[in-house]
Design a protein around this ligand. Structure first.
Ligand SMILES: *Cc1c(COP(=O)(O)O)cnc(C)c1O
Length: 409
């Protein structure tokens, strides 16, 4: 599942002890395993081999160039949601014909950049967006391909902040409006609708909502006799953070392949983010102080909500492990950052081995939506990122400096 393990009581990423990385690079630091990234990509690819999907890694989960390049070299495409991600994508050397572009608020400038880059297609989320793409493409004397993102109104049974496929939220177009849009397609000669796109949410641990969604999409295609080349089934595969028992890639494939296989010739696109990167990374942090209050024990660490916002934002659970298992007595801690906000915590009421100032802690499952959501709040320079490959590691993004903080002022 991942390549972070204890060897003689010390936590290793592949062949490198995390302690060594802390000594050389400092903390807080994000550490990614190249092997885990590759393994997760291959697992999905192998599970779906019978339909030969295009797997587009969702860059918003982890847009580090070296991380994305690792996947691109395995054959992965990229799913981008902004001009900035497109810029990064092109720097990885990815074939633009393996890049898909989603998001509800693409600007004219972003649309132009993507058409110029000759991406595979846009995932379109509204009628005005389609009109804009048509207009921009016309001005460039080009034709742009697009998939219509439909909102299937399926509950993904996940946190309400990360569910995206119900009528309550801003994503996609309902089937009724999508039908009208297909009817009007001929009014837009500079775009070609090549497929349908769905993405119903994130951290989904069961196959049922995916199955239901795909069935709904096929009924829609059949009822309207649509001629589509691609079905983009989005991302959203859940991973283990705590005690979840998510479907494996194989189980997921077993559940939906029988439906997909009935449609020969249909190009299948997957957009996994978390599934590939989540458990391939940790955030390593050092305990600054142990503070004992009357009713609580706090471990104040050098990583805060600016480094990893998931606990504060989604009440997300991350397993926290000591970098050095010392078999001490266990105590209960709130593990909190240095930021001046009560919401600044990494974990609450965790029973772990008794901690002391200077101890290193690994926040597990931090490879997706970790660094990409980090900020400079409280004027804290962003953490370094390290990529481990076997017995070696390299800094793939240097720690920001104070000078970086004021560079644009
Ligand atoms: C965020 C996102 C993904 C990736 O979601 P994961 O849960 O990380 O797999 C895929 N597609 C779209 C359109 C997204 O917005």
């Amino acid at each position: 599942m991942h390549d972070f393990r204890y060897k003689s009581g010390k936590l290793y990423c592949e062949g490198v002890s995390v302690e060594k990385i802390a000594r050389k690079v400092g903390t807080p630091v994000y550490i990614y395993s190249k092997k885990t990234l590759r393994d997760h990509y291959r697992k999905l690819k192998d599970a779906f081999v019978s339909v030969k999907p295009l797997i587009c890694f969702s860059m918003k989960a982890n847009s580090n160039l070296s991380v994305c390049r690792t996947l691109v070299r395995e054959g992965s495409g990229l799913d981008v949601v902004s001009g900035g991600e497109l810029y990064r994508a092109l720097l990885t050397g990815v074939n633009p014909q393996k890049v898909v572009y989603a998001g509800v608020g693409k600007t004219e400038k972003e649309v132009r950049q993507a058409i110029r880059a000759r991406i595979l297609f846009f995932n379109v989320e509204s009628m005005p967006e389609l009109e804009l793409i048509n207009k921009v493409a016309r001005s460039m004397r080009r034709r742009a391909d697009l998939c219509i993102r439909v909102n299937p109104d399926v509950s993904a049974h996940t946190h309400h902040y990360i569910t995206t496929g119900t009528e309550e939220n801003k994503f996609g177009i309902d089937f009724h409006a999508a039908k009208a849009l297909f009817r009007r397609a001929k009014d837009f000669p500079n775009v070609r609708i090549v497929g349908l796109h769905v993405h119903i949410g994130s951290q989904i641990t069961i196959a049922a909502p995916f199955k239901k969604t795909i069935k709904k999409v096929f009924s829609f295609i059949d009822a309207n006799r649509l001629d589509v080349k691609y079905l983009n089934i989005g991302g959203g595969l859940g991973i283990v953070y705590d005690k979840e028992k998510p479907q494996s890639a194989l189980k997921f494939a077993d559940a939906i392949l029988p439906i997909l296989r009935k449609r020969r010739g249909l190009g299948i696109i997957l957009e996994p983010g978390r599934f590939i990167a989540g458990n391939a990374g940790i955030l390593l942090t050092r305990v600054t102080y142990i503070k004992k209050a009357r009713r609580k024990r706090f471990a104040i660490v050098d990583a805060g909500m600016n480094d990893l916002v998931r606990p504060s934002l989604y009440d997300a659970h991350h397993t926290i492990l000591p970098a050095h298992a010392k078999k001490r007595r266990r105590e209960v801690y709130d593990i909190v950052g240095p930021i001046c906000e009560s919401g600044d915590f990494l974990a609450k009421k965790r029973r772990i081995e008794s901690l002391a100032s200077g101890d290193l802690l690994a926040v597990m499952g931090a490879g997706a939506y970790g660094f990409t959501m980090s900020s400079n709040y409280n004027s804290r320079p962003r953490a370094a990122e390290v990529l481990v490959n076997g017995g070696r590691f390299s800094v793939v993004r240097r720690r920001e400096t104070y000078a970086d903080l004021v560079k644009y002022e």
